[in-house]
Design a protein around this ligand. Structure first.
Ligand SMILES: *Cc1c(COP(=O)(O)O)cnc(C)c1O
Length: 224
């Protein structure tokens, strides 16, 4: 894989859109991340706490680290000092733990709520009702060390483009509804994280502001 060239191509494609590139570097070594960094890439996504905390100290400080994978409460403390955005939050319990660890580090940690948009079964993510229940929970306004800045979703893994489009549209419509609703001060939505290597074009057409691209930049993953 020509990582540098791939970054430049994605940067070119996203030029003029409202969408930023999250380079998903999970399972890839720091040398691969450095190559992308040299091509100007600054946002990197990881899905495992341990991998992210091992990579972080050995790479440039101006990298923005995004946690995109399922996060266990007992591991929040390891990433709280440095993580820029957590894409994958789907419970009040997890929000509270992130808030607690962010406070310890005297930070405000930005968060996306993960929504279950795929028609296929998945363990993770909120549906529309659960989303608004959480947003109206009376405990939410007390969480002063988090800021909910948007939503994240993953479409079904399928060749059916219309299905993928439908799923992305459902995420966008929840985002629009949040924008119109009067919510607590720690909810200020501007980001929709949707689109991966196989479906990012549709995601951008449907309003994505963060595409999470792994294999099209770094090549296929041989582990996981
Ligand atoms: C691995 C991963 C991606 C990137 O997937 P590719 O198909 O390799 O681009 C995006 N989002 C999440 C949540 C992931 O775990």
């Amino acid at each position: 894989m020509d990582i540098k060239n791939n970054i430049l191509e994605f940067t070119e494609k996203l030029n003029g859109t409202n969408c930023k590139l999250v380079a998903v570097s999970k399972t890839k070594p720091n040398t691969a991340i450095s190559e992308a960094y040299e091509a100007g890439q600054r946002i990197f996504g990881e899905n495992k706490v341990q991998e992210m905390t091992e990579k972080y100290p050995n790479l440039p400080e101006d990298i923005e680290w995004h946690m995109i994978g399922h996060l266990q409460r007992n591991k929040v403390k390891y990433i709280a000092p440095f993580v820029s955005l957590i894409h994958s939050v789907d419970s009040l319990k997890l929000l509270k733990e992130i808030n607690k660890q962010a406070a310890k580090n005297e930070r405000i940690i930005k968060i996306l709520l993960q929504i279950h948009i795929a028609e296929e079964d998945s363990k993770f993510g909120l549906d529309r009702n659960e989303l608004f229940e959480l947003l109206h929970n009376i405990e939410l306004p007390e969480l002063n060390n988090i800021e909910i800045v948007g939503l994240m979703g993953m479409a079904t893994f399928t060749d059916d483009k219309e299905q993928i489009r439908r799923e992305f549209k459902s995420l966008k419509s929840m985002f629009d509804e949040m924008e119109k609703t009067n919510l607590s001060d720690n909810v200020n939505v501007s980001e929709i994280s949707m689109g991966m290597s196989g479906d990012y074009q549709i995601a951008i057409e449907e309003g994505s502001t963060l595409v999470r691209i792994g294999s099209s930049i770094f090549g296929s993953r041989n582990t996981h």
